[in-house]
Design a protein around this ligand. Structure first.
Ligand code: GDP
Length: 444
């Protein structure tokens, strides 16, 4: 799997923090030393690592973080946000020309996956955006490159324009685009020649194609397995051609992360797509935030934290945290929490955002019945105010009365009270910084 070593090391560094209730500046320093080593080992560009570590450290030792209720969670959030930023922040989508056809030029070194990716991209545009693409075979040097593109076109049933290998690539591009216009195609993808290394003749030819084709997008295809060297290649191509974006291939392989994490900083250009396999549907838009979460093994925990921040009344949440800490959380709080959670939307969607849960077998069949919540509420509402505030009062005879009042079986009342007491115990433990019971949640 891609980024395995990096993920593991970063997660270990984070796990150490999570076990601490209070976090000091020294703890942050210690963690950042490990983060730094993890990134360097993943072949991330040296300067990128240095800047990253500084930004995260500056933010993490801010008073706001160290004095917050859960400093370790805040720091994890900062690392994730900065990793996202490092990879471009927002998702960057494919641009369209004001007037069809939109011309896309594919460039890159030999073997990076340019030709395959041209086919994948055409397929992606047709499938997700209902476009009518055409491909142009302008790599006249690599033996069989034209044939390879034609075969891809046949497999996908997408037309390929070619003129053999005796006509100049500039002429092929020109005539191909004209044909696309005549046929009212909305996308033209030009496959150009690669080389083993960057050389001037190649760059001159690509510049010539660029001037006649007037592309909206120039995508540099790079192999993620080449690590930070991919970022150096990207920088050279960018200098000569002013590329508009990068497509990172072979992310299904054992890549360490250097390419994905260095390219944006080194070139200033976004990664727009990633290739994750040899099959023609193995191309996906690149989402920096999802990639960051994947690296941190966090599922979509951030969306969850953000959602909680959005939906929860901050003051109430603070009060609740205090009660949990003091172990004075009662049934009134329980009802209030339940109402807040139901305001967040369907529970199964929320559960999927919890790390380790997104792929949990059977989750897709999990039905969380709103009726269950209504039943629990009925039980709590059948308690007297005193009983709600002090669950220790709940003797067997009181429980029988509650069962009658709520119309629920006594066994259900007992079960709910037991669960309440257990969660209360666990919450109180966790609030004191003991996360032992939670390890499973982080997929460890
Ligand atoms: P080009 O010289 O840049 O045009 O490279 P090709 O398109 O011929 O690809 C080189 C090799 O990489 C081929 O064997 C492709 O099947 C393979 N390849 C391309 N993209 C991916 C990818 O995302 N994952 C994997 N595993 N292989 C890929």
């Amino acid at each position: 799997m891609a980024f395995e070593g990096l993920s593991e090391r970063l997660q270990n560094a984070m796990a150490k923090m999570r076990r601490k209730g209070k976090v000091s500046e020294t703890d942050v320093k210690e963690m950042m030393r490990e983060v730094r080593l993890a990134l360097l080992e993943a072949d991330v560009n040296f300067k990128v690592v240095k800047d990253f570590v500084k930004t995260v450290s500056d933010r993490a030792v801010g008073a706001e973080v160290l004095e917050s209720l859960s400093p370790s969670q805040q720091i994890i959030k900062i690392v994730s946000e900065e990793l996202t930023e490092l990879m471009g922040g927002e998702q960057s989508t494919i641009q369209m020309a004001p007037k069809a056809p939109t011309v896309v030029m594919m460039v890159g070194l030999q073997g990076a996956g340019k030709t395959t990716t041209a086919g994948k991209l055409a397929n992606h545009l047709r499938k997700t955006q209902n476009k009518r693409p055409m491909m142009i075979a302008a790599d006249i040097y690599r033996p069989a490159a034209i044939q390879q593109l034609e075969t891809l076109g046949e497999q996908l049933d997408i037309p390929v324009f070619s003129m053999g290998d005796q006509v100049s690539p500039v002429e092929i591009a020109k005539q191909g685009i004209q044909k696309a216009k005549d046929e009212h195609r909305d996308f033209v993808i030009i496959d150009t020649a690669g080389r083993l290394q960057i050389d001037e003749t190649l760059m001159a030819e690509l510049s010539d194609i660029k001037s006649v084709a007037n592309p909206t997008e120039i995508f540099l295809v790079v192999d993620a397995m080449t690590g930070q060297e991919a970022a150096n290649v990207a920088a050279s191509f960018n200098e000569q051609l002013n590329i508009t974006g990068v497509i990172l291939t072979k992310l299904d392989g054992d890549t360490r992360g250097g390419a994905a994490l260095s390219i944006r900083s080194v070139t200033g250009k976004p990664i727009k797509f990633v290739g994750q396999g040899e099959k023609l549907d193995a191309l996906e838009p690149f989402y920096p935030d999802r990639m960051a979460n994947r690296i941190l093994g966090m599922g979509d925990m951030l969306s969850l934290i953000e959602k909680a921040q959005e939906d929860f009344d901050e003051k109430k949440t603070e009060e609740m945290a205090k009660k949990i800490k003091e172990n004075s959380f009662d049934f009134n709080d329980f009802i209030e929490q339940m109402d807040q959670v139901s305001n967040m939307g369907p529970l199964e969607d929320i559960l999927k955002m919890i790390p380790g849960m997104s792929n949990a077998p059977g989750l897709e069949n999990l039905q969380l019945d709103p009726k269950d919540m209504a039943r629990m509420k009925a039980i709590v509402l059948s308690m007297t105010p005193k009983e709600r505030e002090n669950p220790d009062l709940l003797s067997q005879s009181r429980r029988r009365r509650i069962a009658r009042g709520s119309g629920r079986p006594i066994a259900e009342v007992n079960r709910m009270i037991k669960q309440f007491n257990e969660s209360k115990k666990m919450m109180s433990k966790m609030s004191k910084g003991n996360f032992d019971g939670m390890d499973g949640m982080f997929g460890q």
